[in-house]
Design a protein around this ligand. Structure first.
Ligand code: UDP
Ligand code: MG
Length: 320
């Protein structure tokens, strides 16, 4: 199969028929074999029924349904796991992305050997409250990841299937798939300017929360990707450093005490427990031991936690 389209959706009943027909038209014009995987992310409207209705007309349509809302990343993740195409394309269900861009993206992957082709909504049709924070967010992500993309969060992206099979996302991590992929060794990441349209039906599903959760997830993926396989390197090195400094200060204090006793001269009149240095040394030693222990526990956890199942609540949808 040439292309899998993975489409997460939450309450997009009005858009689905138009979107399915549009995709079908583009795919047929280009003679692609394809599948559309809709992932209903706990919709409370009739989205699931609308999908089933469409699937009767077009047997390239498949679907998964979450019993409750798990978020776009979880939806994408499940879609990825059942996709069969050589190239996997993700897009939003709200008709803001143009399926007409897909053939070109497909070519970039199959002929120019890109691992990922990300859409770039150069001319956006979104309110200003969204475009300005987005600029800042893209700039930060570019700095941290050193990937030269203008628009990390574009819903329309195409992947070589190996790429998506190698990643595991949840929370708001869909924004950082190129970053995760790069850390997994897929470095040929390209960009294509894509048409963007204003939302036709319904309204955006991400409120102000996206600006809080997004950066937090960037922090955790940075941390996880760098240290999750070797927590001792992170905690242990800080732990040792802290312990060592505390230890040296303690030695100094003890030495001072003995010295003044021995020669019967007082370097300082204060008792050891009256000196701030003593408390600093104490804290450094204790914190050092704790950090070291955290690293050690981290190592034990990853040894036991190789196969975790994060979304046990997924249902297969039978379309008859
Ligand atoms: N979406 C989803 N689960 C969620 C939130 C959003 O599956 O919890 C889907 C939504 O239905 C749409 C896509 O993710 O297909 C992008 O969402 P939206 O258009 O609201 O985001 P925006 O374009 O405003 O960034
Ligand atoms: Mg949208």
């Amino acid at each position: 199969m040439d292309i899998s389209l993975v489409i997460p959706l939450l309450n997009e009943e009005e858009s689905i028929p138009e979107l399915s027909e549009w995709i079908d038209k583009v795919m047929n014009e280009n003679n692609f074999t394809y599948e559309i995987i809709f992932i209903d992310d706990g919709s409370t409207d009739n989205s699931l029924d609308v999908i089933k209705e469409q699937a009767k007309k077009n047997n390239n349509i498949k679907a998964l349904s979450f019993r409750r809302n798990y978020g776009k990343s979880a939806a994408l993740n499940e879609g990825f796991s059942i996709s069969k195409g050589n190239v996997v394309v993700t897009m939003d269900a709200d008709l803001q992305d143009d399926p007409g861009e897909i053939p070109e993206m497909y070519k970039m992957i199959t002929e120019q050997a890109y691992d990922i082709v990300s859409g770039w909504k150069k001319k956006r049709h979104d309110p200003i409250t969204k475009t300005i924070p987005t600029k800042f967010y893209n700039w930060t992500t570019r700095r941290i990841s050193k990937i030269k993309l203008h628009d990390f969060n574009c819903g329309l992206k195409a992947y070589k299937s190996d790429v998506i099979k190698s990643i595991d996302i949840y929370g708001e991590m869909h924004r950082y798939i190129p970053v995760i992929a790069k850390w997994n060794g897929f470095t040929k990441i390209g960009e294509k300017v894509v048409k963007h349209r204003a939302r036709k039906y319904g309204k955006t599903k991400f409120g102000i929360k996206r600006f809080i959760r997004g950066p937090l997830d960037l922090l955790s993926i940075t941390f996880v990707s760098k240290f999750s396989q070797r927590p001792m390197h992170f905690f242990g090195s800080f732990g040792l450093l802290s312990f060592f400094i505390g230890f040296i200060i303690s030695l100094w204090l003890i030495g001072q005490k003995f010295y003044s006793r021995w020669f019967n001269i007082s370097i300082t009149k204060r008792d050891i427990i009256d000196q701030p240095l003593f408390f600093i040394a104490l804290v450094l030693v204790i914190v050092g031991v704790f950090l070291f222990m955290s690293g050690f526990l981290g190592e034990l956890i990853i040894k036991n936690d190789k196969h975790k199942n994060i979304y046990p609540q997924k249902d297969k949808v039978n379309i008859d």
